[in-house]
Design a protein around this ligand. Structure first.
Ligand code: ADP
Length: 546
């Protein structure tokens, strides 16, 4: 399809096609009015010539209407035909002084539309030619014809210049428009790139809550790959509060006057798995809707993020702080109360030194307990912050002897045997020294603490490429129901024999954390009244061949 000059647009072409079809009708009516003497003109030469002209004109008019211009040649042939037909009409039928001179203006515009400035210049030149022919033909019949024709030329030229300027300004507007359109699409591309690269899910809905735009992260969050477009936000994102009551996000959106952030809502997958979402939403107010100065807006935007992990960590930390402060308060209160009692007792003459000693001992025990709890807490915090994450080669046999040396005396004071049971071949493990030592010490101190008679055995065995670390005792044992709970923080068995000993309930909790840190898990085998075995395995470091 021929694309035409700079102002060529399909709508303008359509206007000219209709004008081309209508022009023979108008001019035929005008011609008939001349024939019947309703309009006076000296130009009409021959009635047959008039009908022949009108026939051809109508034929061209219909033809150009039915068959759109395909090539440059097509367009130029049709334009030339129109120029010739109108020229002949003006010279032989209506005269140049008739109002139909305006039809030349249409011709000039059509020429500019199809062939830009060159087309317009050609049309003007042809008009000058028509005027020349008209003057030559009619100057003997009508002496004033030259004046009329020159005035016609000036009027048409003037109108042409004005029309050309209007077109040109339109052209500039069109260029500006194209430029701003290009900029707009660039901006749109930029924004959509940013939105699509965001890790948060971004969804926008219309006023009815129907999803219109969403980014790739939305599909990831909802674990789907089907299109969300056209679905209702409540259907795609059914939410529930912490009490499992369902929450309509659309109702929340409608109620939102400004940006709102909530992190107390859950989303459930089809398989029942729930995630905690942090949702930020707000009505979308575009510059258009703002300009209306009303409360209206264009829809809603929803940004959602999975905060399940962060929330559970946060809740765990909050709970830990509250339980720890509670656990610390008990010995503190006892110690403080006992010491203030001692102050009062010292003023009293009846109080014997033995009574004072007993009270001071009680306070001392509580302070020692506090110290051990603070010690446990700092070990825990060290492990959680990963300050001792660096690993090193540890000779398993050496480690066993070191532990035996350290705890032998403590076991002896309780008349317990601390045995070593090591396989002949024991290699090297590559872990954090602090973590493995702390972990085994916790198991050993418990074993000694909860064994009244018999023995505690350190059993380190190498099986294939793994070393099994175990601490076995012949102590009070742990009931099946307690075995499920002993790794929880601050948990201590209700067994009276446990209650006879002091303890923070943090030892095994820390041990489990440390085991996790070094990539293993503690296994418990225990029988009430018969003893317990706590163990874990680590891979042996492969010997490097030189
Ligand atoms: P604590 O020893 O300070 O009470 P732990 O977290 O080390 O805290 O242990 C939790 C509980 O597990 C203990 O209170 C005790 O009831 C039980 N337990 C741990 N180790 C043994 C063991 N070797 N024998 C019997 N019971 C044990």
């Amino acid at each position: 399809m021929y694309k035409g000059g700079p102002i060529y647009t399909p709508s303008l072409v359509k206007i000219f096609r209709y004008a081309g079809l209508l022009s023979p009708v108008v001019l035929t009516v005008y011609g008939i009015l001349i024939q019947f003497g309703y309009i006076q003109t000296a130009h009409l030469i021959d009635i047959v010539g008039f009908y022949v002209l009108m026939f051809w004109w109508s034929a061209v008019g219909i033809l150009q209407f039915i068959i759109p211009n395909k090539t440059k040649l097509d367009s130029s042939l049709k334009l030339i035909a129109y120029h010739l037909l109108i020229g002949a009409y003006l010279v032989f039928i209506s005269s140049l002084s008739s109002p139909l001179i305006a039809s030349w203006l249409l011709l000039m515009m059509a020429s500019y539309l199809l062939f830009s400035t060159r087309g317009l210049e050609s049309s003007i030149l042809m008009f000058a030619a028509v005027i020349s022919i008209d003057i030559v033909m009619w100057r003997d019949v009508i002496p004033t014809v030259m004046n009329y024709d020159l005035v016609a030329l000036i009027v048409v030229l003037l109108a042409g210049v004005i029309a050309l300027n209007i077109f040109r300004s339109q052209e500039v507007n069109k260029n500006d428009l194209n430029k701003s359109k290009a900029q707009e699409s660039l901006q749109r591309d930029r924004v959509s790139t940013i939105v699509n690269n965001m890790t948060d899910a971004v969804l926008s809905t219309d006023m009815e809550g129907i999803i219109r735009v969403y980014n790739a992260a939305s599909l990831n969050l909802l674990d789907t790959n089907t299109s969300l477009n056209g679905h209702h936000i409540d259907e795609i994102l059914p939410l529930a509060d912490q009490k499992s009551n369902s929450v309509s996000l659309f109702k929340e959106l409608q109620a939102a006057k400004t940006v709102i952030k909530r992190d107390d809502l859950n989303y459930a997958f089809d398989d029942g798995e729930q995630i905690r979402l942090e949702i930020t939403y707000s009505p979308i107010r575009s510059s258009y809707s703002r300009s209306k100065k009303s409360e209206t807006h264009d829809g809603y935007i929803v940004i959602a993020r999975d905060v399940t992990k962060a929330k559970s960590l946060e809740e765990e930390r909050d709970e830990f702080i509250s339980v720890t402060s509670h656990e610390l308060r008990t010995p503190l209160t006892i110690a403080e109360g006992t010491i203030s009692n001692v102050q009062v007792m010292m003023e009293h003459p009846d109080v014997t030194p033995a009574m004072l000693k007993e009270a001071v001992n009680t306070a001392h025990e509580q302070i020692l307990f506090l110290a051990s709890m603070v010690n446990d807490l700092s070990t825990l915090s060290r492990a959680e912050r990963g300050v001792a994450d660096s690993t090193e080669d540890i000779d398993v046999r050496e480690l066993a002897h070191k532990l035996h040396d350290k705890y032998n005396a403590e076991a002896s004071t309780k008349k317990l045997h601390l045995n070593l049971d090591l396989s002949p071949k024991l290699g090297v493990v590559h872990v954090s020294r602090l973590y493995i030592e702390e972990l085994l010490q916790n198991l050993l101190t418990n074993a000694i603490k909860y064994t009244k008679k018999g023995s505690v055995t350190i059993i380190f065995e190498q099986k294939g490429d793994k070393v099994n670390f175990a601490v076995k005792d012949t102590g009070i044992g742990i009931s099946k129901s307690d075995q499920a709970k002993i790794f929880a923080k601050f948990y201590r068995s209700e067994d009276y024999r446990t209650r006879e000993t002091s303890g923070t309930g943090l030892g095994l909790y820390i041990a489990a954390k440390l085991a996790h840190k070094i990539g293993t898990k503690i296994t418990t085998v225990s029988r009430l009244n018969f003893g317990s075995t706590f163990s874990f395995t680590l891979p042996v470091k492969k010997e490097q061949k030189n």
